[in-house]
Ligand binder design. Structure first.
Ligand SMILES: CC(C)(COP(=O)(O)OP(=O)(O)OC[C@H]1O[C@@H](n2cnc3c(N)ncnc32)[C@H](O)[C@@H]1OP(=O)(O)O)[C@@H](O)C(=O)NCCC(=O)NCCS
Length: 185
């Protein structure tokens, strides 16, 4: 798994590890209502410590196979997880591309912290994983997510009907991407 550690003004971005299980469980529990509108349906097991540990185990297996890179951002005191950043569906060959997913602790919204985290994380993801393209898609009503993506250099590419099953229904998405002009094979 890629060693990943990026310090920003207000956070430390690191790769997810088994030792972060309780902090991740705390994060998903306290942000359950905040995140559920924008995420796939979650079972009760998802919010338990065992469920969190199994998820981390699965993520790290996929990461070791070069399929994903799960990251978390810790607060300044390194006492809690304040955001998650997931690179998934890494495809090589002539694509060299992946999807970017993210979420921010509700109490940290509106302070520019996610902009700070993604501004620092994206170049490190491009360089560390040697990717040419990152794609991120959002539901049109998720205005915060759309504004965030534009702030961190994503450009609109299209619109997909009934794209992902989120919050109990198929939802349209706006398709965005950011290219890494420094990429070379
Ligand atoms: C999407 C999400 C990460 C955006 O969070 P956010 O707090 O709006 O983004 P930032 O942390 O970058 O903060 C930007 C906001 O803080 C304000 N701000 C305050 N100080 C700032 C600073 N120093 N720098 C930049 N922005 C600052 C900005 O004006 C902006 O507010 P605005 O959009 O109302 O103009 C968050 O809403 C979230 O986690 N949502 C639930 C999960 C989700 O939707 N995931 C994405 C699915 S596609």
């Amino acid at each position: 798994m890629l060693h990943f550690q990026v310090q920003t003004q207000r956070s430390l971005i690191v790769a997810l590890t088994p030792g972060l299980d309780r902090l991740l469980q705390d994060y998903v529990q306290r942000n359950k209502t905040h995140l559920e509108r924008w995420e796939p349906p979650r079972s009760a097991h998802y919010f338990t410590l065992k469920g969190t540990q199994q998820r981390i185990h699965d993520y790290l297996l996929q990461a070791s196979q070069g399929q994903i890179l799960p990251l978390v951002a810790l607060d300044q005191k390194r006492e809690s997880i304040i955001a998650t950043v997931n690179v998934s569906n890494i495809v090589r060959g002539i694509f060299q591309s992946a999807y970017l997913g993210y979420g921010l602790d509700e109490q940290y919204q509106g302070q520019g912290i996610m902009t700070e985290i993604l501004t620092a994380a994206i170049p490190a993801i491009f360089n560390g994983l040697k990717l040419h393209r990152l794609m991120a898609n959002y539901i049109p009503s998720n205005l915060r997510s759309g504004r965030l993506l534009k702030r961190v250099g994503f450009v609109e590419e299209g619109f997909a009907r009934d794209y992902l099953f989120i919050d109990g229904k198929w939802q349209d998405h706006i398709l965005m991407s950011r290219i890494n002009p420094s990429f070379h094979f």
